[in-house]
Design a protein around this ligand. Structure first.
Ligand SMILES: [Zn+2]
Ligand SMILES: [Zn+2]
Length: 347
């Protein structure tokens, strides 16, 4: 028997999060309700955490439940749902489209004109229960735990989408700027694909973690010129591809500057502005600049298979596990950007 109300986390901004109680949501005709068993703090949640409260109040974001990285068990179905079934283990795909436009039909709901996201239009996954369209509940195999499910939902999926766009392989030198959880997973996956990787950050603890995960080279951009280091790593002429997960203008620009002719830059991290300050026009080196936003619905099985086949040590990136009651402290820790991934255990 489900209670009438549930615990959930909201984020008023100004570096605050608060626990609240809300009614347990009821699934609409084509929805499922998922009992959350694991959720995680994302870099994009920190973006919200640091926003001014006035801004978040004006958009109504401060009322909505936070969180978009979640996994759990289907607990109730809308009357139109035939799949998944109650009791199924699922990961929540957090870009929710109309389900019938060309983009949704193509497995890319992120491009849907009616796109809905958590803590934007809908209540998020940092709650005991969340309601999502049935098509957004992806099957989680029995041998993958819920914690890994929450990591697959966003950070691992984001890294997978990015390394594919960068064309990572054994003969592609790759630079990854920003070594937070997404950056570290990008390194892990690119290494599994055989690519030599150099990582850039300004936090010594993150650089050390990347080294423990088997990266070839790291550069502390606070101490050393990152462009020179990345170019040298690529044999002097530059690297074949660079992925920025930091969202910082300076880091993005450095990553593009480090590319050799025909190099590919993949923008992943969220920044306040999309400005590139470059020393030469793109045509001089015929560079490709592209963006990558998590992964596609049709890539779910490939992503799962990749992580399992290569036995990626995905838990090594977790810096802290706690209950949602410790959310205030957990967000303070995440805000300091020194810890690894922070997980909430709801079981
Ligand atoms: Zn995320
Ligand atoms: Zn659509």
């Amino acid at each position: 028997m489900t209670a009438d109300t549930m615990q959930c986390l909201i984020c008023p901004g100004d570096r605050r999060v608060e626990l609240r109680r809300k009614p347990v949501p009821q699934p609409g005709p084509d929805d499922v309700r998922v009992r959350i068993l694991a959720s995680a703090i994302c870099g994009s949640d920190l973006h919200k955490y640091r926003q001014p409260q006035t801004e978040r109040d004006a958009h109504g974001y401060s009322r909505l439940t936070l969180g978009h990285e979640g996994a759990g068990v289907v607990d109730a179905l809308g009357p139109g749902v035939t799949h998944p079934a109650v009791g199924d283990r699922v990961v929540i795909y957090h870009l929710m489209g109309c389900g019938h436009c060309e983009h949704c039909r193509g497995g890319e709901p992120g491009f849907c004109r009616d796109l809905q996201g958590f803590n934007w239009v809908r209540d998020g996954v940092d709650a005991e229960y969340v309601v999502v369209p049935a098509r957004n509940a992806l099957p989680l195999p029995d041998d993958v735990d819920f914690e890994d499910g929450a990591l697959l939902a966003c950070n691992l999926g984001t890294a997978f989408g990015a390394v594919r766009k960068a064309g990572a392989s054994g003969d592609v030198t790759l630079a990854v700027s920003g070594l937070g959880p997404v950056g570290l997973y990008t390194v892990m996956m690119a290494r599994a694909m055989g690519a030599p990787v150099i990582g850039v950050d300004v936090q010594p603890s993150r650089l050390q973690l990347a080294e423990r995960l088997g990266i070839e080279a790291v550069v502390d951009a606070a101490q050393t010129d990152p462009v020179a280091a990345m170019r040298a790593f690529g044999g002097g002429g530059g690297v074949h591809a660079a992925i920025d997960t930091s969202g910082v203008t300076q880091a993005r620009s450095a990553a593009i500057e480090s590319l050799r002719p025909h190099g590919i830059f993949v923008e992943v991290g969220i920044g306040d502005e999309t400005v590139y300050k470059l020393s030469a026009p793109l045509n001089a080196r015929e560079l490709t600049l592209t963006g990558s936003w998590i992964f596609k619905l049709y890539e779910w099985e490939d992503l799962l298979a990749f992580v399992r086949r290569h036995r990626l040590p995905v838990k090594d990136v977790i810096g802290r596990r706690c209950r949602i009651d410790d959310a205030v402290e957990a967000f303070q820790l995440a805000d300091a950007a020194t810890a690894g991934k922070i997980m909430f255990d709801w079981s």
